[in-house]
Design a protein around this ligand. Sequence first.
Ligand code: 13P
Ligand code: SF4
Length: 343
Amino acid sequence: MATITFDVPLHQSHYLSDEDREAYRDKIKSLLRSEDAVLVAHYYTDDAIQELAEETGGCVSDSLEMARFGAKQSASTLVVAGVRFMGETAKILSPEKRVLMPTLEATCSLDLGCPIDDFSAFCDEHPGRTVVVYANTSAAVKARSDWVVTSSIALDVAEHLSSNGEKLIWAPDRYLGGYIQRETGADMVLWDGTCIVHEEFKAKGLIDLKRVHPDAAVLVHPESPEAVIVEADVVGSTTQIINAAQTLPNEKFIVATDRGIFFKMRQMAPGKQFIEAPTAGEGATCRSCAHCPWMGMNTLEELAQTLETGMNEITVDPVVGERALLPLERMVSFSAGGARKKR
Ligand code: 13P
Ligand code: SF4
């Protein structure tokens, strides 16, 4: 397989004064009303965007619930704050709605690392296998699949398919795929992709941190490397990580996922302490750099501009969309068991 490289945008820091922030919030609220629009945001986006989604009757959630929520809305416009595959998923599930995003540049290393032509050739090399792809892929890759999954249902779908005697192609995240393979024993061939945020978590640093905080539970997103997952008490999607923070008796948590999630974790489990799992190697100047550069491109300014001008509308080739709809509908209608407690 060819090595794929891509440019990672710098995190756009937008320093707004409190006054400007408030003005943007008011403007966005009024535009959401006048445009008959609902804001659907991921936990990794800016706190202010998450707040706005909640205050205006939208939703803040993991990628599966974003898809489910968007498909259920009667509003004529969905504004998806997250990365491109989330907007495309919303459009495929609701082709009649207008789907806008604060920026069309926000992509994902998993999506970029799985181009359709290479992926199609990979599938052709492994005939007879059920093709399961992660939601973090292009519409064309979804159209080539039998199932789309997110991290919250990946284990259960693999178990379900494997118990029917099906052998799987799994793409694009090799760490998630490896985790599923170890947990389920399913017969899987894996695409070699990674998330540039989660692959940076370091097992050695995590082990050291656990020694400093022996009473902390370790919550890990399954896009992380195997050596990090091994150290987890709970492995799960973003929503499952938040649920674990609420339900586990621990007062302290070490969290291996994008730091945008801390906003919701603090809201749902007030008084508990959350510590970022380390991404830093020896001698690094920062302890953790776990923030998705593409999620960080969603800003209040871009959100307001999108709503005002109607720019950044998501389009999906209708033929591709129609083919991707069946595996996506399997995803939204699948009901899963939840996160796995490791011990
Ligand atoms: P979730 O489905 O767990 O929200 O994950 C989406 C994602 O992009 C994680 O990096
Ligand atoms: Fe993609 Fe990783 Fe960013 Fe999630 S955190 S959107 S998997 S690059």
